[in-house]
Every structure is written in structure tokens, then in C-alpha cells.
Design a protein around this ligand. Structure first.
Ligand code: 5GP
Ligand code: ZN
Length: 114
């Protein structure tokens, strides 16, 4: 837990968010600036700054976030095509330094991404 971390505050319920799923390890909520009809952030409750700061101790949790994304996508009938993304570092657009997996779906997704 980090007292000055936005996503830790959302996990603790101190800052409101439209939660779509939660369990003992993760919280998933709608992105405040959605880039697709479904744009959900899957966040581990435990503070990890990002993928490049993660260690092998975080491996199970990181994989679990992917499975939470797949579950939400299945429930929303997005299985024709969706994307899960970690933006890693400012050069890739990471702006919140608490690990979060983007789930994007509900529209055509081009490749490569911008
Ligand atoms: P990043 O750019 O770090 O990969 O993703 C951070 C995401 O968090 C962005 O898509 C941004 O719109 C979202 N975001 C930033 N602040 C808030 C907030 O206070 N609430 C919610 N729900 N999303 C936020
Ligand atoms: Zn945090």
C-alpha cells in the first residue's frame, strides 16, 4: 500500500470508481477516460509500481490479472476480439505507477497499436 498512490486510494475505496469486479487479490473498474466501449482497468490490491518493477514473487498475481480480464470479457460477450495491455514506462504512456492491466473491447482494434 502506498498512501499517495491513486490506485491504492481507489482500492481502499477512498476515491470513487465504477467497480465492475473485485475479489481478494484484484479490483477492476471502468477507466475514467475510456478508449473503447469496454475499457476496464484490472488492478492488483497489492501495490506494484509496474511491470518492470515486478519480481518473480508477483508472477502469479500478474497472470491472475489476465484471467480476471478474460472473465470480464467473456461476461461481456467480447470474445470475438479484445485486447489486454500493460503500458510500461512513460514512453509507452504509463501515467499511473501502480500496475494495471487495460482491457479494451467492443470496437475494431487495429494492429499495431499507436
Ligand atoms: P496508463 O496511462 O498508466 O497505462 O493508464 C492509466 C489509466 O488510468 C488511464 O487510461 C486513465 O484514463 C486512467 N485513470 C487515471 N485517473 C483515473 C481515475 O481517477 N479513475 C479512473 N477510473 N481511471 C483513471
Ligand atoms: Zn498503489
Amino acid at each position: 500500500m502506498s498512501s499517495d498512490c491513486l490506485f491504492c486510494s481507489i482500492v481502499r475505496g477512498e476515491i470513487p470508481a465504477r467497480r465492475v469486479y473485485e475479489d481478494d487479490r484484484t479490483v477492476a473498474f471502468a477507466d475514467i477516460n475510456p478508449q473503447a466501449p469496454t475499457h476496464v482497468l484490472i488492478v492488483p490490491r497489492r501495490h506494484i509500481a509496474g511491470l518492470k518493477e515486478a519480481t518473480t514473487e508477483d508472477a502469479e498475481l500478474i497472470g491472475y490479472c489476465q484471467l480476471v480480464a478474460a472473465k470480464i470479457a467473456r461476461e461481456r460477450n467480447l470474445e470475438d476480439g479484445y485486447r489486454t495491455v500493460y503500458n510500461v514506462g512513460p514512453g509507452a504512456g504509463q501515467s499511473v505507477f501502480h500496475l494495471h492491466l487495460h482491457l479494451l473491447g467492443g470496437r475494431d482494434l487495429r494492429w499495431p497499436p499507436g
